[in-house]
Design a protein around this ligand. Structure first.
Ligand code: FE2
Length: 249
């Protein structure tokens, strides 16, 4: 089975469209999404409409923030969430479509397990909100605790920084790995990076293809200046949310 695993689309339609085209070129039909379909970006409705076709999606903290009361967000992120909610609540002339988007987001599970694979937004311990950053390799208590909750391999997003954590408290970036990794007998956490707001210094959209036990980290360029200009045109979205796309920060 060949799966594409994507995360953190964040309402970036240009990035999602480019990634979906790349996924199709790779001959992959099974798409797993690790949450944060909306938030920050200018096209939440279009991204939800595309996500409804995915094989599996789990809930992210920004999806939850748009649905319920946002907690623990920066003021810029909170403003973006309230704007996102207003977009999702807007009936336009198609009340059915609006309701279907809302129902889809409301029904997203917090985690999905398939055999030895776990799919979450943040971490196995706190699927919605916990960040596992590369520097957490210096916090073995934290990593060991999270690894104890993982069947074999956990796929996650949330930090927007792709790479592989191993049980010996190491982190390898896709560059360290030559963009390839083979799942073996030891436990791993795989961060697939972000489609719509990469933060590892590379502006291209990030995602992963998993075929049997072989992982490939992929980067996809997209017309990010279109997204940046849309963000600049929406007063409720901080210009910083556009500027950061140019540097992948
Ligand atoms: Fe995110």
């Amino acid at each position: 089975m060949k799966r594409a695993i994507i995360s953190d689309i964040h309402g970036n339609l240009e990035a999602l469209t480019a990634v979906l085209a790349d996924i199709e070129r790779q001959g992959v039909s099974s798409i797993y999404c690790l949450g944060d379909i909306v938030g920050y970006g200018p096209n939440p409705k279009d991204c939800v409409d595309l996500a409804r076709q995915f094989t599996v999606s789990v809930l992210g903290n920004h999806d939850q923030g748009a649905l319920f009361d946002p907690e623990g967000f920066s003021s810029g992120a909170e403003r973006a969430i309230f704007w996102t909610r207003s977009q999702l609540e807007m009936i336009d002339n198609d009340a059915d479509a609006a309701r279907q988007r809302w129902d889809f987001l409301c029904e997203l599970p917090r985690q999905v397990r398939e055999d030895d694979l776990l799919f979450v937004h943040g971490s196995a311990r706190n699927p919605l909100n916990e960040y596992v950053f590369p520097e957490d390799i210096y916090n073995p208590r934290k990593l060991n605790r999270i690894f104890s909750l993982i069947p074999q391999s956990c796929f996650q997003g949330h930090t927007h920084v792709p790479g592989v954590f191993t049980e010996d408290c190491r982190f390898s970036s896709p560059a360290d790995l030559g963009n390839q990794y083979t799942l073996g007998s030891t436990k791993v956490m795989v961060n697939v990076g972000s489609v719509g707001q990469p933060r590892d210094g590379i502006p291209d959209a990030s995602y992963v293809i998993l075929e049997n036990n072989r992982l490939e980290f992929r980067r996809v360029p997209y017309p990010l200046e279109e997204t940046v200009q849309k963000i600049f045109g929406i007063p409720e979205l901080d210009n910083f949310l556009g500027e950061r796309l140019r540097d992948g920060r």
